[in-house]
Ligand binder design. Structure first.
Ligand SMILES: [Zn+2]
Ligand SMILES: [Zn+2]
Length: 97
């Protein structure tokens, strides 16, 4: 754990689309599964080991008590390290859940 992390801080979460690069501010509790801008899937599925790759995030602190996280789709599988290509067939605008 980070010893310098304050006990109380504001957490802001943005999600960056791996296809069009647009930033989405997180709405609600869960991360969006599709980009509202281009409809591209945010989730990646490894074809080699059949595992879902979790999104990764980078964290930085613009203020002492403010944390900004930017999530992006995983570029490599955490299991087998295969490069994960975005699935181009998954782009169905308006398709949710
Ligand atoms: Zn997008
Ligand atoms: Zn894999």
């Amino acid at each position: 754990m980070d010893k310098n992390r304050p006990v109380k801080f504001r957490l802001r979460v943005d999600i960056q689309c791996g296809l069009c690069g647009s930033l989405t501010h997180q709405q609600g509790e869960s991360l969006p599964r599709f980009c509202p801008c281009c409809g591209g899937a945010m989730e990646r599925f490894c074809l080699r080991c059949q595992k879902r790759a979790e999104m990764y995030f980078e964290e930085w602190w613009p203020e002492d008590d403010e944390c900004l996280r930017t999530y992006s789709p995983a570029k490599r599988c955490s299991g087998c390290n295969a490069i994960l290509e975005p699935d181009g067939n998954n782009q169905e605008p308006g398709y949710q859940n």
